[in-house]
Design a binder for this molecule. Structure first.
Ligand SMILES: [Zn+2]
Ligand SMILES: [Zn+2]
Length: 235
């Protein structure tokens, strides 16, 4: 197997998804060592919203009103090259960029769950039917499948549906902070007690919050949140 990998690397050297330099040995994260090291990783963050904090477990906001009740993990700050990766994953069929984000997220999850039980299944944030038809794929599902494969976790996709509506991006800041739980429809109980919602970017948290509520209603006891990148909470 190792011989085959070396042979393939010799004939088909990889190209870094960020700087486009030739990478002698292809890596699962699809970047050169320099770009991989330069990703804007979140080193220490609030347990319930993944915002970077200098020390402690919770940010000021989550001390009084936690964004999520479960564990929230984000790998990268949503800026610079991390933002570029998400953009290409979302709008340019960037499966290779998805590998970079999924690998960074997997590392962050492993670090975060060293002393606590890991989620037993992954739930990607679904797109509405028409959004999925328009885009042709769901970037959160791509991420979840990459993560699920490397972490040996099942991915739940068909159990959760999303009703159509105005995309979060097109709404005003105030209306983006609220999303009715009925946006998501889970017709049958989910028989897994601990899941992690997977998404590409966490912004206000409204989408994930609505989905979390519906997953609890469907019988899931603990819902964690795993996102590739994190934007600052709007003020
Ligand atoms: Zn590079
Ligand atoms: Zn927080």
């Amino acid at each position: 197997m190792q011989f085959m990998t070396q042979l393939l690397d010799a004939f088909f050297p990889d190209i870094c998804v960020l700087c486009e330099s030739t990478v002698a040995t292809s890596r699962v994260h699809r970047t050169c060592p320099h770009c991989w090291a330069a990703l804007p990783r979140i080193s220490h963050a609030c347990r319930h919203c993944a915002l970077p904090i200098p020390q402690g477990e919770l940010c000021g906001g989550c001390l009084t009103q936690p964004l999520f009740s479960g564990n929230c993990v984000a790998a990268l700050l949503h800026r610079g090259c991390a933002r570029t990766l998400v953009h290409r994953l979302k709008y340019n069929h960037g499966l290779r960029e998805g590998s970079t984000l999924a690998t960074a997220l997997q590392q962050a999850v492993r670090l975060n769950y060293s002393t606590q039980p890991l989620a037993k299944a992954l739930v990607p944030v679904p797109l509405s039917y028409w959004r999925q038809v328009q885009r042709g794929y769901n970037q959160a599902t791509w991420l979840a499948h990459l993560l699920g494969k490397s972490m040996r976790l099942p991915v739940i996709t068909s159990a959760v549906r999303r009703r159509g509506g105005i995309p979060q991006k097109a709404k005003s800041r105030n209306s983006r902070l609220q999303l009715p739980p009925a946006t998501f429809h889970i017709p049958a109980p989910i028989k897994v007690d601990h899941v992690a919602i997977v998404d590409d970017v966490l912004t206000t948290g409204a989408t994930v919050k609505a989905l979390t509520q519906q997953l609890h209603n469907a019988g899931v006891k603990r819902v964690d949140v795993w996102c590739a990148t994190r934007t600052p909470r709007p003020t």
